[in-house]
Design a protein around this ligand. Sequence first.
Ligand SMILES: [Zn+2]
Length: 443
Amino acid sequence: MPGHGRTRTRWITSVAAAVTAAALLAGAHTAGAAPVPAATGSGPVATHEVEYFEGPTATPRHKKVPARPPARIAGHQAPTPAAATAVTAVQETGPVSGRLDLVVMGDGYTAEQQADFRADAQATLDAVFAIEPYASYRGLFNIWLVDTASAESGVSGDPTADVVRNTALSSYFFCDDTERLLCVDTSKVTAYANQAPASDVVFVLSNSAKYGGAGYSFATPPSGASYHGVATMSSDNAKSYLIGAHELGHSIGDLADEYQYAGYGTYPYPSSASANISVTAELDVRKWYRWLGEQDPTGSVVGTYEGGDYYETGVYRPTSTSLMRTLTSTEFNHVGRETMIKGFYTYADALTSTVPTGTRVGSTQPLSVRLAPLTGLAGLSLTWYVDGRQVTAAAGDLSVTPAELGATRSGQRVTATVTDTTASVRDPAVRAATANSLSWRVR
Ligand SMILES: [Zn+2]
């Protein structure tokens, strides 16, 4: 998405690395730098770091896993996907340059099971997009289904570690000897994802009823890919969709994990780059001070709860529980919602137009704009300006001519600006990030 300022800080702290390389990281952890790359970015990637979930109620874990499956699994597979894979738009609400493009692909579905895949994908998407703020902001997403016909039905490692199946993406349980860790061949994911018009985030649904999944976050996309995150989920387990909902919190919102591990002790960093983590030294500022004392969607009251970002003391999270702390919670807290909304607008614009902004327009030429179909929490406000002066009578109009706005002289500038007035945003800087403007010059 050129032109949308996609320089982003990815929150992908490695627990293992955070412990073994704390000193190295201390500098990187301040000043908004990504603490640890999940993989080495460009070039051949030997390993990825993943987050995984040993059960719907277990504290998530992290691990480095091989980018390619072991030979006994990978040896089975076709090396590359078919060139002409079918891509279907579940929803296409706007141009890829102005939308967050979510790609959903299946694994372990045979050519005859593509209808099953579509039904499973729909069910997973419905569950994820029932969660706020995904629900209200679904209109900022394009969602693409990419067909992947596997030679065999089901995936490797289901039900037992010795089971090997020939599937399009080589997904497999018992990854790195961890039963619920569902890994995938990311080079194959990339090959399929690149067949969609765009891919910012990928969901892989593995055809299985066994609980499991994994979240891959990337500071920079893997070689040849454009996505920043991949979440794997088993397709027929009622709880696995929460893995995808949580992982989007990292890959779209840059949210930190709000859980901690026993024995990790005191937070070793002077500050945190994450919106939902604050350290003792920041307590007089408290990043989420605008929300303190509010009743929260998670059921608690926003405050400063000690423990988070894997450490036990000297570090605080906004609420007792949340989807970023445990998958037993199905809600983001207020801070998470606000940060997710900021993330949505980092990828997407609520205002688009088919009239090119780089060209001059006639004074009687209609300037038509579209607003993303947002609902619920969202509140889009459209205003028009001529040479920087607001034309209040035209507020909310989706099609105007420059002459109707009083712009008839050559060189005058007409601007449409949309801002999200949602009450789920309180930080003025985030509010500013929701705004988008399009301008044209009169011929
Ligand atoms: Zn996480």
